[in-house]
Design a protein around this ligand. Structure first.
Ligand code: RIB
Length: 291
């Protein structure tokens, strides 16, 4: 089995600030560092570190060949990452405050230039039951989801950054949906239906420090998983790590309960670190962690 991830690739520019700046405010950062990020890239790295076969479908500009090379070094199949002449690599300006909270500004760049042809070429290599993962930082999400459905893939959508219209556009094509509690309420407001009534088999609602809830709409079951109590340094990329680990474990054949338990451990380790793709823990660290 394998995971095909249509996902963003960003240069992440981190600024450590005492508080997140408000409107009209100018703040001096205490430090700055850069690394590999993008919700898509973070999920690909997490899934690869969780021992899944991962093929990333995406695009960078000429200035982003380092990012493609780094994904390869992290064990991701990068053959379906285009290097474009006319678009810059996406980047994110990430302010992180002393409580570990963040505020992010994105330039999508090449992440919005992924062609239908590139998606088709990549997915033509997939097998029935492979996972197609999509988030909301690329173009052509609906096209990919439809193709994934047509190919009998397990179509998974991480609704981040959240946009109710974008979720609704792919909703009928999904097998798996992950979003947070506030977003779940926003989606309920937009559709007029609670998560339990959505046409998606597996729905995971993340609850921050309170863990997560897994809803299976076919068996009509619901189960809550508590979070590990850890000291939070930086929440950036923790949700992406959780999603990548969860889907990798499921793709490797673990039952959903075990996949979620593993993902909870990976997410807990991630909030204790600064950075994104470059610091995602590997499977050994996740399994051996003591909370
Ligand atoms: O979820 C964290 C990610 O959001 C960062 O890596 C940044 O690139 C933005 O996409």
């Amino acid at each position: 089995m394998a995971i095909y991830n249509l996902g963003s690739i960003n240069a992440d520019l981190f600024y450590q600030v005492p508080t997140l700046p408000g409107p009209g405010e100018t703040l001096a950062a205490r430090s700055m560092h850069r690394g590999l990020g993008g919700k898509g890239a973070n999920m690909s790295v997490a899934a690869a570190r969780a021992a899944a076969l991962v093929s990333h479908i995406g695009a960078v500009g000429r200035d982003g060949t380092w990012a493609k090379q780094r994904l390869l070094e992290y064990g991701v199949d990068t053959r379906h990452i285009a290097v474009l002449e006319d678009a810059p690599t996406g980047h994110a300006v990430i302010n992180v405050d002393d409580a570990g909270e963040n505020a992010i500004v994105l330039l999508p760049g090449a992440n919005h230039e992924i062609t239908e042809n590139a998606i088709g070429t990549a997915l033509s290599e997939s097998a029935r039951g492979d996972t197609l993962l999509i988030q909301n930082e690329t173009n052509n999400q609906r096209y990919a989801a439809q193709m994934g459905r047509d190919l009998a893939m397990y179509v998974a959508y991480a609704a981040a950054p959240f946009d109710a219209a974008a979720v609704q556009d792919v909703l009928p094509l999904l097998d798996f949906l992950i979003l947070n509690e506030v977003e779940a309420q926003q989606l309920t407001d937009a559709t007029g239906q609670p998560p339990q009534a959505l046409p998606v088999a597996d729905i995971v609602i993340t609850l921050g420090g309170n863990g997560c809830r897994w809803i299976n709409t076919i068996k009509r079951t619901q189960r809550d998983f508590p979070a590990h109590q850890v000291d939070v340094v930086d929440t950036t990329g923790a949700g992406d790590t959780f999603t990548g680990y969860l889907l990798a474990a499921r793709d490797r054949g673990l039952p959903m309960e075990q996949a979620i338990a593993l993902a909870m451990r990976a997410g807990a380790l991630m909030v204790m670190r600064k950075g994104t793709a470059d610091v995602i823990p590997d499977l050994k660290e996740v399994q051996n962690a003591r909370f």
